[in-house]
Write a protein that binds this ligand. Structure first.
Ligand SMILES: [Zn+2]
Length: 328
């Protein structure tokens, strides 16, 4: 079963190691994602995020640029395995050429500093998806997680959404053909995006809040709205976003992932769900260990009664549908 994944933090992890003086390598490493393991897992495409820790960096744009530079150095060193894509046609061509595809995203809208010129420059550098916030308020919007004095993950922000410049930025993203990602965004921000956009958008790595109370997950109303818009949400393998109490411990199981997929599909239909592993961004490895084990999830879904057609949609077809529509 082919795999298309909307989110991982492998690049920031590798950059961190490189800065400590280590030789970094995408072909084979000890992280959850490398190219050898991706081949074992039957990957068609991985989205690589330039993840910016807005609260701990001086310049979000510079932080993103350093990671984008590493991304292209790794791509250049591994052209026989994987190649970057800027359009849906590039994905098709890579498949024909027998290589995997890499889509570049930025996880932190603060990287464009509220300036559409910087957003356009990121687009020209190949960025095709942007998560509007991480866990901090930035120039564009408010997230769900960093409000002071609330128990971790339990109280979503339904009051503070997009700022004025945030609306300008999502308009420009739609015009450019860049995918708007609402994972991490506040509940109010989700609805601002929904009401202010016309095209499909995504939650690259978020599950169902009814199944797991963590506020990084989507409410039923959000799930229905996202489905109605033709968007997708990517199943996140973080144990806290899968466990009922939002405080997962130990390795997340494929059974838990399957249960979230079932719930999302029942509510939003079979065109809504994709994959957003969060590999190399999550602290605890799931039961499948790393990307080489992805077929364990396919086997679990088959065991739980999902049809082959439904599993194909979750594993790659739904996300490719959105990519085909937005990435021109
Ligand atoms: Zn994230």
């Amino acid at each position: 079963m082919k795999v298309v994944d909307m989110h991982c933090d492998t690049i920031s992890g590798l950059l961190h190691r490189e800065k400590k003086g280590e030789q970094v390598n995408l072909q084979e490493n000890h992280m959850m994602i490398d190219l050898t393991k991706m081949r074992q897992g039957d990957y068609l495409l991985q989205t690589f995020a330039a993840f910016v820790n807005y609260g701990r960096c001086e310049n979000a744009l510079e932080s993103a640029l350093e990671q984008i530079d590493l991304f292209y150095r790794l791509m250049a060193a591994n052209q026989e395995w994987i190649r970057p894509v800027g359009s849906y046609a590039d994905i098709v061509k890579n498949q024909q050429d027998g290589v995997m595809s890499a889509l570049l995203s930025v996880e932190e809208g603060g990287a464009c500093k509220g300036n559409p010129a910087f957003l356009r420059m990121l687009y020209r550098l190949g960025v095709r998806m942007m998560t509007l916030t991480w866990n901090y308020e930035n120039e564009l919007a408010f997230p769900n997680e960093s409000r002071p004095n609330h128990p971790h993950g339990m109280i979503p922000d339904t009051e503070h959404g997009l700022k004025a410049v945030g609306f300008d930025i999502i308009e420009e993203m739609e015009r450019l053909g860049m995918i708007v990602d609402v994972s991490h965004l506040s509940d109010a921000g989700f609805w601002d995006v929904y009401h202010h956009t016309k095209r499909p958008f995504i939650a690259s790595h978020s599950n169902a809040r009814r199944m797991s109370t963590h506020c990084r997950n989507l409410t039923d109303d959000m799930i229905k709205a996202l489905a109605e818009r033709g968007g997708v949400t990517g199943i996140n393998y973080c144990n806290s976003f899968l466990a009922a109490d939002g405080r997962g411990r130990g390795a997340a199981s494929t059974e838990e992932m399957s249960a979230h997929i079932r719930y999302l599909m029942n509510l939003g239909g079979e065109d809504l769900v994709g994959l957003g592993s969060d590999f190399d961004g999550i602290d605890t490895a799931p039961q499948m260990q790393n990307c080489a084990g992805m077929q364990q999830l396919a086997d679990q879904l088959a065991h739980d009664g999902f049809t082959t057609g439904q599993i194909e949609k979750v594993f790659y077809k739904n996300v490719l549908r959105v990519f085909e529509e937005i990435l021109k």
